[in-house]
Design a protein around this ligand. Structure first.
Ligand code: 7TS
Length: 424
């Protein structure tokens, strides 16, 4: 781990005017960005689906499997102790990364989807009653809708949706004015994977708490792009995925307030989550292990830890400035493509751009762009209720990260013009 920290520190970005050389040295950390696709340099514009991984992360995972791999919390041999230290060390790193007060509040999961299912099943089964309301927004990803539908059906609760303004934002005054007193939990994305809208989680939490409800923040899209501080956000639960945060697939995080997690029953039963097992009943382990049944993804946690170091080496200031500047360029480039309609124009937004053309199918656009080496996503983005609201079956989406370049954004604009000429 020492060498990883050193490499990450070496990455500290000195001064921004010299953005171009900084970008080149940052890009050099991501081997996949050197690929050619269909004879063109890869322009990876699908970061909202999953991010690429820097060498620091790839080498950390490789190092774990080469020299420290063992199962955790059970083996007294040296490798077992080292692997356990890796796992718990990654937990401590995540806790600092999100400003958690205690390491025990950080539960490792497979990703955002599992984190939300854990809360919906465990908290929902224990605390939702017939007639209770779960408040969602119309911009949620399916993974922050379907788990709530499942528990609502079991408990006799209902789902209510916060409507969106024309620019794809939420009007918090309307949320407050139309508050249903049976609301027990608000489940809101921090940043929309379709519209790019950044929601004011702090204010939403205050509104929820003023009415005795909880707030779960889905930080899958925000965690890779901005500093998260659970204290400042004021939420009760926060979920995110490692794979969007430059770490491997298969590791994710649920953070929850300690008192809530203590009061919640286990989600999955199995090894490691028990204190003692009888024939009829069992007693359960302490936090956080009560929620971590079975052999976990230790290599993934090692990768996540390295990704957090990598972000620390770059600094949120650098990441924020690069992505804001790329986002402004993308807005102006896309704004010049005639016939393109952009979904989501909220003032507070990240560098995610979903768009449509009246007469070209989003899949055709994405395929055309792939021929030019540009990777974008087309589809419903696991947000079918939002697609219906937008009155489109699907959109094309370009989502940026700090390693993208102005030139790639210009290529996107030129390729969209070429697609129009091809299809129209
Ligand atoms: N919540 C949001 C806001 C997301 O964007 C996603 C994944 C998830 C939850 C689920 O994350 P997972 O890691 O558990 O799968 N979003 C996308 C996307 O926009 N394109 O591919 C995956």
């Amino acid at each position: 781990m020492g060498t990883i920290a050193m490499i990450a520190n070496a990455l500290v970005v000195p001064e921004l005017p010299d953005v171009e050389s900084n970008v080149a040295s940052v890009r050099a950390r991501f081997p996949i960005l050197a690929r050619e696709i269909n004879g063109h340099p890869l322009a990876y514009l699908d970061n909202a689906a999953t991010s690429q991984k820097p060498l620091e992360v790839i080498e950390a995972v490789d190092g774990f499997y080469r020299s420290r791999n063992a199962n955790i919390h059970r083996s007294l041999h040296t490798l077992g102790e080292e692997a356990t230290a890796d796992w718990e060390g990654a937990r401590a790193k995540v806790a600092r990364f999100i400003g958690a007060r205690r390491n025990e509040e950080v539960i490792f999961t497979r990703g955002t989807t599992e984190s939300i299912n854990l809360v919906a099943s465990s908290w929902g089964e224990a605390f939702l009653k017939e007639g209770d309301v779960i408040l969602l927004t119309m911009m949620e990803h399916h993974s922050n809708i379907v788990p709530w539908q499942l528990v609502a059906a079991r408990r006799g609760a209902s789902l209510v949706y916060i409507q969106l303004e024309a620019d794809g934002s939420i009007d918090l005054e309307k949320v407050e004015a139309s508050w249903n007193p049976r609301t027990r939990i608000v489940c809101a994305t921090h940043m929309s994977n379709v519209l790019g809208t950044i929601n004011d989680i702090r204010r939403l939490s205050e509104i929820a708490h003023a009415h005795g409800a909880l707030l779960l923040a889905d930080a899958a899209q925000s965690a890779p792009h901005m500093r998260l501080d659970v204290g400042a956000l004021g939420c009760d639960f926060l979920a995110f995925s490692g794979h969007k945060l430059y770490a491997p697939m298969g590791i994710g995080v649920l953070w929850g307030r300690e008192a809530l997690l203590e009061a919640m029953p286990p989600y999955m039963g199995g090894g490691d989550m028990i204190r003692s097992v009888g024939l009829e009943t069992s007693t359960y382990n302490d936090l956080p292990w009560k929620f971590e049944a079975g052999t976990p993804d230790v290599g993934g946690a090692v990768g996540l830890s390295a990704a957090i170091d990598f972000i620390g080496g770059l600094g949120w200031d650098y990441i924020g400035r690069r992505e804001a500047s790329l986002g402004r360029r993308a807005l102006s480039v896309l704004g010049e493509v005639r016939g393109l309609s952009l979904h989501g124009t909220a003032r507070d937004r990240g560098a995610v751009f979903s768009f449509s053309f009246a007469d070209i199918h989003p899949h055709d656009i994405a395929q055309f762009l792939d021929r030019e080496g540009l990777a974008v996503r087309a589809g419903h983005h696991c947000a079918q209720p939002l697609m219906r609201l937008l009155k489109v079956p699907a959109t094309t989406r370009a989502s940026l990260a700090f390693w993208n370049t102005e030139e790639e954004v210009e290529r996107l604009g030129a390729a969209l013009e070429a697609a129009k000429r091809f299809y129209l």
